[in-house]
Design a protein around this ligand. Structure first.
Ligand code: ZN
Length: 433
């Protein structure tokens, strides 16, 4: 179902006129209210008046995750704090999170975009949505929640974890739409199986999955095991959260980007040159309706390409292909963003460990597992087993406390981690998705 026929199927020419008008207003607003953007524009001798066409966007410098970090926590906000009604955060490369804010109008915009997304993924107001995305600073849970209510569907705010109870709820409450990370969806299938519950006896019709990379093979697996139609959703908190782009269930071939709110570009990550439709590169977003936390040419680090071909669903908004990777070393483990440098800073806070470590990422059954292998000194290693186990537990607890991700910790003997010339191999990712 197309929720907002007016905007979602608008002829390109009319849509582009709206995009330009909103872009101009956004540039004026950030120039007036965000010192960071004003400085960037001034350094490049640009004033808001210079932005007269969508082409002119290319003249404006990019914004990076580092820029957001340098302005931690509220330096990028374009409104006074008394206009901010919600704050979310996501992890950053150094353990310092990226903080994003929303005005009441932003929360409403986000809810509308998520309502559109849920509708594109098969939901209607008659549906019951089992929302297994985490609630909290992470935007997944609350993003779906507000969108579901805006759509008029019933939402079960079950959040992540406590999987057996989730299966009971699925049996008893009869949800018809599942929202979760794709890996958690498969885990739900396994646990249901162990409990003797078949998805064929449940009422699910559609599943809307995202927040981590997945593949067409995984889609087939999910559709078979969960007995539903699976669609891909995309978003990131810096841009608004989930609801930036969504696949339509009619085509399931690329995700429509809500262009009346976000302008996408694909760039060569090295030369920063803007690439043509169909070419693969780094995805860049400019928000054109957000009030509290507008982003101008924000480099997402996600690798994909854009497809301007008309879609069978009738939407006129451009499609992005599945995200195929990252330009940085960020790992996504069960929906949580983890940078090796964050693990490193946790390890370096501890006395008994050496600065040599390796992260092993695997898929055990259907769930991602992270094992942190870290060297200890001669003295520690020859210590009694109990002491070593205590240390492993302590490291694991610190990682969970600081990063919100569960990790197995394995202490290894001195020189137990292979040394390399040049860049150390910090991550061994054995997942096949
Ligand atoms: Zn479509």
């Amino acid at each position: 179902m197309i929720l907002d026929i007016g905007f979602e199927t608008m002829p390109r020419e009319d849509l582009e006129a709206i995009i330009l008008r909103r872009l101009k207003a956004t540039i004026e607003r950030v120039y007036a209210n965000v010192p960071f953007y004003r400085r960037k524009l001034e350094e490049n001798s640009i004033t808001p008046k210079d932005i007269q066409s969508l082409e002119d966007l290319k003249r404006i410098p990019f914004t990076t995750k580092e820029d957001l970090r340098d302005n931690y926590p509220y330096g990028m906000f374009a409104v006074p704090m008394d206009n901010v009604v919600r704050i979310h955060a996501s992890s950053g490369t150094t353990g310092q999170p990226t903080v994003v804010g929303y005005t009441a109008r932003d929360v409403n915009t986000w809810a509308e975009l998520m309502a559109r997304s849920l509708a594109a993924g098969g939901a209607t107001r008659e549906d019951i949505i089992h929302n297994a995305y985490g609630y909290g600073l992470f935007t997944g849970g609350l993003g779906v929640h507000y969108g579901a209510e805006k759509l008029g569907a019933s939402v079960i705010p079950v959040s992540g974890g406590n999987t057996k109870r989730q299966i009971v709820i699925m049996k008893d409450f009869g949800p018809t739409i599942l929202t979760a990370t794709p890996s958690y969806a498969l885990h739900l299938a396994e646990v249901a199986d162990e409990m003797g519950v078949s998805f064929k006896d449940l009422k699910f019709k559609f599943g809307i999955f995202g927040a981590e990379p997945w593949s067409e093979n995984m889609r087939e697996d999910i559709e078979k095991k969960l007995n539903l139609t699976a669609v891909d959703i995309y978003g990131l908190s810096e841009v608004i959260g989930p609801g930036v782009a969504i696949e339509c269930y009619e085509a399931k071939k690329g995700l429509h980007i809500f262009e009346d709110h976000f302008i996408p570009e694909i760039i060569d990550p090295d030369t920063e040159e803007v690439l043509d439709y169909g070419e693969t590169g780094e995805l860049v977003f400019t928000s054109i309706t957000k009030e509290a936390f507008p982003v101008i040419r924000y480099r997402t680090r996600d690798i994909t390409s854009l497809n301007p071909e008309p879609c069978i669903c009738g939407r006129t908004h451009i499609r992005m292909n599945r995200v195929s990777g990252r330009t940085d070393d960020m790992l996504i483990i069960r929906g949580v963003n983890v940078f090796p440098s964050q693990i490193e800073s946790v390890l370096m806070e501890m006395d008994d460990v050496e600065p040599h470590y390796q992260l092993l990422v695997e898929r055990e059954g259907k769930l991602d597992t992270l094992t942190v292998m870290v060297e200890v000194g001669e003295q520690t290693f020859s210590d009694e087993v109990k002491h070593l186990q205590d240390l492993e537990r302590k490291i694991s607890k610190n990682i969970k406390d600081y990063l919100g991700v569960s990790a197995k910790v394995k202490l290894v003997e001195p020189k137990g981690i292979a040394r390399r010339e040049g860049k150390a191999v910090r991550v061994i990712d054995n997942r096949e998705i």
